[in-house]
Design a protein around this ligand. Structure first.
Ligand SMILES: [Zn+2]
Length: 350
């Protein structure tokens, strides 16, 4: 059953809009906000990179969450670096940040659409630590840039939990994908007595029970970012080689729209009421998926109305700001029209 709610136009998935430099919204440049924000700089098989910004001006060592933050004032981390530094810097600047804002790069896995070796010079010059799961440590050391980055002390292997900046606790969830698997992240950012939580899972052939537990337990998530990679019919009809279709649709491949929907519902069912407040869909295939197909699937659950946000390969998403148990989205990028009108003040996007 499809949602009968009036739809708003999608600003993603089709032809990319004009690129323009976005100024931080007045709200985001005030420096008083406390919480965590996500901006997906781009997502898809051509590259994946998201930036998480920490909006706590009383946070030691953190600057104001805007371009006012000077060099060295680390205030954000990247999840994956699947675009080179040039593209990443451009999209970061459009989002009001610079490469100097980066306190860490956290990698889900080492596929080329998640880590680009041409980050070597930039990470060395700016001393940006790269968090690599123990599973991927050996593979990283064999990359052409691996030895130099390890020798420079920039590669930080992690296990079940790690903390790339103060007040942030990251929990790793092991996910099945190809030979080495991929890592899902739960980020819990402590702001005073409260906390905001974000879950991030991409490139998984299936969702193990642990993922549902981690993402629904301990108060649930404010935001869930998860891949919704392909539509099975479009995948089967595509002219891709049979082995590739089998890989993608297999247990060690990617989540289809339907599989992703079921995982999202599983997490919602097991979560405290109202969690997650936002669902951000990642890694949509351009060849084997379409926003309409995604809408058809996710529109079957009314709880998701007004919560689902699509991302795009070629341009960044809006900032999604999470405050303790309150979320504000600063641009119109929602998949459905929700019960509450979303704000549309920040002329997005780029
Ligand atoms: Zn990928």
């Amino acid at each position: 059953m499809e949602s009968s709610r009036e739809r708003i136009p999608l600003h993603v998935g089709g032809k990319a809009g004009p690129t323009r430099t976005a100024r931080p919204s007045p709200r985001s440049s005030m420096g008083r906000a406390r919480g965590m924000s996500l901006c997906v700089l781009g997502s898809g098989s051509g590259g994946n990179c998201s930036v998480v910004r920490f909006d706590a001006d009383e946070h030691r060592g953190l600057g104001r969450p805007s371009e006012e933050a000077g060099a060295g004032q680390a205030q954000a981390i990247l999840i994956d670096a699947g675009f080179g530094p040039f593209t990443t810097r451009r999209r970061l600047e459009q989002a009001g940040l610079t490469l100097d804002s980066l306190a860490a790069i956290c990698l889900t896995h080492l596929d080329r659409d998640h880590w680009r070796g041409n980050w070597k010079q930039t990470t060395l010059a700016k001393r940006i630590p790269i968090y690599v799961h123990r599973w991927h440590q050996k593979s990283f050391s064999r990359l052409p840039e691996g030895a130099d980055l390890i020798e420079a002390g920039l590669v930080r292997p992690f296990g079940d939990t790690f903390s790339p900046i103060d007040s942030l606790e990251v929990t790793a969830v092991h996910l099945p994908h190809d030979q080495k698997g991929t890592i899902g992240f739960r980020l819990d950012y402590h702001t005073g007595p409260s906390r905001v939580s974000l879950g991030y899972a991409t490139d998984l052939g299936a969702a193990p029970p642990e993922l549902i537990d981690r993402f629904s337990g301990d108060g649930g998530l404010d935001l869930l970012a998860i891949e919704s990679n392909y539509d099975p019919e479009l995948q089967s009809r595509s002219d891709r080689p049979a082995f590739l279709k089998r890989r993608i649709m297999g247990e060690l491949g990617h989540l289809s729209n339907e599989q992703s929907f079921q995982v999202v519902r599983g997490i919602m069912d097991a979560s405290p009421t109202g969690c997650p407040r936002w669902v951000v869909l990642l890694h949509r295939s351009r060849q084997c998926n379409h926003p309409d197909r995604v809408r058809e699937v996710f529109g079957r659950d009314d709880r998701l109305a007004g919560r689902v946000i699509l991302t795009d390969q070629r341009r960044r998403s809006a900032w999604i700001r999470l405050e303790p148990r309150a979320a504000v989205i600063t641009a119109q990028q929602c998949l459905f029209d929700g019960p509450k009108r979303i704000e549309n003040r920040e002329a997005e996007s780029a």
